[in-house]
Write a protein that binds this ligand. Sequence first.
Ligand code: MG
Length: 421
Amino acid sequence: MHREFRSASAVVRLAVNSHLRCCLKHISLIGSTGSIGRQTLDVCDLHKDALKIVALAAGKSKLEVLAAQVIRFKPELVAVPDSESAVKLRKLLENSSSDLTNKVVIEYGEEGLINVAAHPLADTVVTGVVGFLGLKPTIAAIKQGKIIALANKETLVAAGCVVMPLVKQFGAQIVPVDSEHSAIFQALADSKPMHQRVNQIAQLLLTGSGGPFRTWSKAQIESATTEDALKHPNWSMGPKITIDSATLMNKGLEVIEARWLFDVSPEQIKVVIHPQSILHSAVEFIDGSIVGQFGVPDMRLPIHYAIFYPDRVFSEQVPRLNLAQIATLTFEEPDFRKFPCLALAKQIAGANDTTPCILNAANEIAVGLFLNKQIKFTEIAQYIERVLNKHNAVSKPDLDDILEADRWARSETQQLAAIRN
Ligand code: MG
């Protein structure tokens, strides 16, 4: 009798385990040591029974952090940028007390990155890498029909006209992680299929905090230092996006990202400055209703939503919003004269050519130059404008045209800095 009881119990346990296994979401994560990557792993850590990391990719600047992540999450595959980093990572794992050395496959280069994105076991691929580097792995994941938890806005900005047709062709799905786009996605999630609801959207209200220079005068902004620009009032993010938030280029890139994600014209996207970062964005429908998403400014919230989509799963990780405690929410128009990067991005947001790719590449280089203290804050916009003016746009570009435009714009922006110094 006792044996029968144990046997029945084992059957129940097996059933529960197999249910968990069948519900287990397998995740590939690109950019695991960056801000989005680390917060994604925080979410995975809290939901170990539901989420399993199968592959990780990261840059070479934080290999110790990556090694610790490999030991903790035991992925099957890890990708690093070059063979030297692969050797270093292997050594770090050998020197640890873990027994993972021969269980983890370590790959490197573009192929490694693409293999992480296209990992056969991954249901969802989180693209937390910053910049144009995210494009090729995102395309690889799309071609495998994965769910893409997209945190890499530059992919859609530079190559939306190439990426979105592929999403349709391969039956992939993009769930945005960018907090504003997550808010819009959530506001639209319960309505009709995208092709029907597009006609019901009056406009998207894309909110932004206004960054650290919102209240600064034009003259003060002229003398802004790198340290000033890295002090974001509400969000804790990586350096590139923090500078983009100070120039408001981040909001400009997000207008272009929203245009592709939600199939609306740039004229239907209104940027609203909202210093408290509590309303993360909203949709105004044609009947005048505005539906938005509120929450504390914490990236783990949109990451959690994107990973578990289409489900909603309980989380105690992110603090709850207390509206009465917040008490006041304010909204204002952006100042395009003070923030010319936003004006530049808005101007070209509707283009179906290589122009947005040029804007993105010139911006990445100019931000790098500013972070290295080689150019002034206000020169970021000037450099981008000069490179845009020099560019001969290629209409309806393919991936090769995009890659070539990106290469050209980077080189042109570097040359501007070389001439200056
Ligand atoms: Mg954002």
